[in-house]
Design a protein around this ligand. Sequence first.
Ligand SMILES: [Zn+2]
Ligand SMILES: [Zn+2]
Length: 440
Amino acid sequence: MALNRSSAILRKVIRGGCSSRTPAVSSYSSSLFNSYSYSIRTRSNSTESDSKGVTSSAAGYHINNGSSYMRGAVFWEPNKPLTFEDFHMPRPKANELLIKTKACGVCHSDLHVIKGELPFPSPCVVGHEITGEVVEHGPLTDSKIVQRFPVGSKIVGAFIMPCGSCFYCSKANDLCESFFAYNRAKGTLYDGETRLFFRSNGKPAYMYSMGGLAEYCVVPAHALTVLPNSLPYTESAILGCAVFTAYGAMAHAAQLLPGDSIAVIGIGGVGSSCLQIARAFGASEIIAVDVQDEKLQKAKIFGATHTINARNEDAVTKIKEITEGKGVDVAVEALGRSLTFSQCVQSVRDGGKAVMIGLTLSGAKGEVDINHLVRRQIKVIGSYGGRARQDLPKLVKLAERGTFNLEAAVSRKCKFEEAVEVYKDLDKGSIIGRAVVEIM
Ligand SMILES: [Zn+2]
Ligand SMILES: [Zn+2]
């Protein structure tokens, strides 16, 4: 395992991850979905024969003398529909777990990959916000990991999967350089290999995070946390990206304090999670900004004290009005647009923090008024998820106690077979809150 790669490699890697957008105002073309159709290969019940030119080392691998293959949703290339394909059962290696996927959240960063806006190796399986059940541990897995996640235990996974041993993992911030160098840049795990091989021809497919839109997935153990029986599989899936991203932005980037005022621009899955986390942290004014009244209406359930429809009003002016002309202590941009990037910076008070969590087109730039930034001591902070090992267990507790309302956050549940359709709806902006695919 080449875990300690140079920072030069790190700088080159693709920063794929989590974001939320409001597609109603985006320039996204929905055309790629227009002729969407997908085929679902029916699983044969016959015992698998791997005599069809299979080259993968995974050939013939059965779990607990059970299934030797599984289905996954595959992205081939931009403007082409995802298809459902059969894979050999993925095989975990040391300190990795094979998970039977129960649910997978529908996130905009998957959509960025599907639309070719975030370059990523293909064919690949997207989906990075999962819950599931532990099926097996890779050979030579640390005994503490086996104890923590016994076979049959319920888990939730963070989209950042820390290797646990690189410079950033050892600093305990879990912004793992192996994750960027291998998973986000190459679509593999940290030995440089994927765990996914097509059943038809044994060729590899790549993994966006764990490749969660599949019946099984392999996940490095450091990305996982046990899910208590009191929490449901479906709703809890969003803990691993939407809520995790919101928590990272509030706790680490903004370091939000009780009584702080905050504005959140873009009330999608991540933005609405920011509202809930801000409420949990004791923020005073919580201002939700979007262009869809439906999303703003729902924002009140998540803790918004004020709402602004930026289609009808100037968001910066209105935020200043609400805060007696000063601006908010913290503003969050959850769309990944250059216009809202600037609005976010302009909305904070002198010395305030503008936190950016929205991903966008690869290479896109945001503008900042340099003198305003310098003289008013504005802090512009990028934030990418939380700290998997420390934060995910805390999020589970917040959900368990109802401080974070998972049920309200998940607005739509759909079957695995509907995964293509649900990304189409995400693209159209018709999902208010978060959709989750139930895989079971
Ligand atoms: Zn995500
Ligand atoms: Zn690491």
